[in-house]
Structure formats: structure tokens, C-alpha cells
Write a protein that binds this ligand. Sequence first.
Ligand SMILES: [Ca+2]
Ligand SMILES: [Ca+2]
Ligand SMILES: [Ca+2]
Ligand SMILES: [Ca+2]
Length: 283
Amino acid sequence: MISHNTADLYGGGLHFRGSFPTDSMYLITACTVTENIATRGGGIYCRGYTSPSTLNCRITNCVLWDNSAQEGGELLITSNSNARVNHSDFKGGEAAVEVELGSTLTWGDGNIDADPKFTSGPSGVYYLGQIAAGQPENSPCLDTGDPATETAGWNMKTTRTDEYPDTGIVDMGYHYPSPYCTDSDYDDYAIEGDICGDLDCDDSNPSVHPGMTEDCTNGIDEDCDGLIDDADSDCGGYFAPANAEASMHGGRSITTSGSLNALALLLVPVGVVALLRIWRRNQ
Ligand SMILES: [Ca+2]
Ligand SMILES: [Ca+2]
Ligand SMILES: [Ca+2]
Ligand SMILES: [Ca+2]
């Protein structure tokens, strides 16, 4: 949420600048940038460095509304900048973006130019109007973000005044925290699961959540599927069937696959020695 800032010259809300010789990439997602003022680039100012384009500004799932400037009220791209906008709500649409000095604008899919119908709620004034939360009409920003956006993180935050989390396709614009979802380790997964997305099985460890890859050697179930290290199919799941079979036959519960392995190593040589003895006796 970036609002009510003023810059004398460039970028009332945000000012991105290219570097040399390394290309720069800025990705701005699910932001609301509103009521900022500058001389150039009221909402966002993207400036490259040298030719060819060195700066890439990517704006997705955002609302840019009611920013103002003498040039480029919502967005100004200049000096070999290379910007791309998709699934965002821009006041004035593509025509309101100022493009100059060797810069390019890619106006991608899903952009709209429609009043976002901001409404006041428990934590601010930029919630999105929604009939389901008690407002008279729906904001055009509901469920109109990029469908390819990962839901983790957004589905435990909210654009609704009743603070119910964002479900389905991500909404455009800033998402406020939702009291329905608890995420103490800030890894974008909550302990409630259900409407808050996939369940975080350890909310004190940001390296443990359903989006992690299982480390096969550390005794921790980091991807929260209930299976640890070798038992997890991500690690081959090699010993899992043996454990399942022992349990099916009413054997004592074997908790570690390592103990099965050790037992096999012990029994195989004993069996071979016994067979050798029988063979010698019969010679
Ligand atoms: Ca968490
Ligand atoms: Ca966690
Ligand atoms: Ca592990
Ligand atoms: Ca696991």
C-alpha cells in the first residue's frame, strides 16, 4: 500500500532506476498505489540507464488510481526502460502511461480501467467493495488478478471489510492481514489450513511449510506431508512399503526404516552360513 506521498520531481509513489552494467528487474505485485503526487511519474517512475533497455519494471495485480503529475500521472517510463503491465487496474488505461526516450511499454493481458470502489474497513480505507461483505456493489478488482499467480500468501490475507480471506483467483490491489489466518513465522502458510490455504505444520519455522522441498537427511518433515526423509516419496519413499507391510501383518510397529535395514543385513549372512553348514554335512 503506497499512498499520499509527494516527490518534488520523480516518482510520487515509487521511483525505480536502472543500473549499469547489470540489468535490473523490479516486480511489483498486488500493490495499491494511490493519491501520490510528483512532477514526473505520479504513481510510479521507471527510468533505465543506457541503451539497450536496462531496466525492466513489471507491474502485476496492482491498482494505480488517482495519482497525479505534470507528466505520467499513474506511470512514466523513460531512458531505455522496458516496462510490462498485466492484470492491473490503471486509471486512464494504457493511454495514461507516458512512454519516452527509447522506452517500451508492453500492455499485457487482463488490464482494466474501472473505479476500484475502495471502501473503509478495520485497518484502512483501501479495502475493495464486495456485496458478500456488506457493500452495495462489487469492485471490478475482485478475482481479476493474474490466474497464474501463486495463491500462497494471498489466500490468508484479505481485501474484504469483513476480513474473510481472498479466495479463488487473486484480487488486484493491496491485501490487508486477516484475523482468520495465523502465520507467526511469515512463510505465507497458516496453521488453520482450510480457507487460509495449505496448512503450516510448524508455524515457528519458516523453512517448514507445504511449499518446501523435503530435505532427505535431517529428520524433519519440511513439506508437511506427514512423511520424514526416506519415508517421503520426494526422497524415493524406498522404505515406506516395508513399514506398511510389517504393520499389515500385525508386527510390532517399526518406527524407523533404518532398523529394518539393519535387521536384513544381520539375517542374510546368518542364513548363508547355515546353508553352507548343511551343504558340507551332506558331502
Ligand atoms: Ca506460517
Ligand atoms: Ca512454517
Ligand atoms: Ca526432511
Ligand atoms: Ca515430508
